[in-house]
Design a protein. Structure first.
Length: 224
C-alpha cells in the first residue's frame, strides 16, 4: 500500500493518515486487512459513526483510505459498492464578522497565538498548512506566502498584506524561529518540529472563550 501511495505521489500527510486508517481497521478485527471483507467493512463503518461518533467529514477520509487499500492496492474493484461515502448533513459554517474576528484575535493572549490567528484569518489557509508553515515560505519581496504542501500536494501563493508582514516581523524578532514559523515546544515531537494542527484548533477555541463569542468557532471560519 505504501508503494502504491508513493507511486501516485500522494502527500506525506495523506500517506501517513491512509496507512493509519488501514492499521486501525486491521487491529479492530485482529486480522490482516487483506483477510477482511464486505461484512467487516459494513460493521466497521457503522462502528466509526455510531460508537466512535466520527464526523461525516472524518468518516469520509477513512472510507477513502479503505477504498485505496482494497481497490488500488488489492485490485478488488467490486469493493467500491461496499464502501459508500457517508452523507454530510452538517449545517453551513458560521461566518464571523470583522468585529468578531478582531475580538477573537485580541483575546488570543500571547504574541505566539495572536500571530497564529492573524495569519490564519488574514490568509484563509487551512490549519494543517498553517501548522507546517516555514520561515522560508514568507516572501516579503513579492508580498506572497508560498504554500508548498497544500491540499492534494498542490502548491499555491497567498497574498501577504503589509499589516500581516509587520506582525510576522515583530513575532520573528521575539521568537526567532529557524525552520517552522510556529515550532512546537512539546519535547515528544522532537527539536525543530512544527506544532500540530490540533494546536491551531485549540488556539481558536480558547480565544473564542476568552472573547465571549457564543458562535461555534473553528479554524475553518478563516476561509469564510
Amino acid at each position: 500500500m505504501l508503494e502504491e501511495l508513493q507511486r501516485r505521489n500522494y502527500s506525506e500527510i495523506t500517506t501517513r493518515k491512509y496507512l493509519q486508517v488501514v492499521t486501525d481497521f486491521a487491529r479492530h478485527f485482529g486480522k490482516s486487512p487483506d483477510k477482511l471483507g464486505p461484512n467487516e467493512l459494513r460493521s466497521y463503518q457503522a462502528y466509526l459513526l455510531k460508537e466512535r461518533k466520527l464526523t461525516p467529514g472524518t468518516a469520509v477520509n477513512c472510507v477513502a483510505a479503505l477504498r485505496f487499500f482494497f481497490v488500488k492496492t488489492l485490485k478488488r474493484n467490486h469493493y467500491r459498492e461496499f464502501l459508500p461515502y457517508p452523507k454530510d448533513r452538517r449545517q453551513l459554517p458560521t461566518v464571523l464578522s470583522s468585529e468578531e474576528v478582531s475580538r477573537l484575535i485580541n483575546a488570543a493572549g500571547t504574541l505566539f497565538r495572536r500571530t497564529l490567528l492573524i495569519t490564519l484569518y488574514g490568509t484563509g489557509m487551512r490549519r494543517a498548512e498553517l501548522a507546517r508553515l516555514k520561515v522560508s515560505d514568507i516572501d516579503s519581496e513579492r508580498m506572497m506566502i508560498r504554500m508548498n504542501c497544500g491540499k492534494g500536494g498542490r502548491s499555491r501563493d497567498l497574498p501577504l498584506s503589509p499589516a500581516l508582514l509587520e506582525t510576522l516581523r515583530e513575532y520573528w524578532r521575539w521568537r526567532k524561529p529557524k525552520t517552522y514559523l510556529f515550532p512546537s515546544r512539546d519535547p515528544r515531537r522532537g527539536p525543530e518540529q512544527p506544532i500540530s494542527d490540533k494546536s491551531v484548533w485549540l488556539a481558536c477555541q480558547e480565544a473564542a472563550r476568552h472573547a465571549g463569542l457564543s458562535k461555534r468557532i473553528t479554524p475553518a471560519h478563516a476561509a469564510a
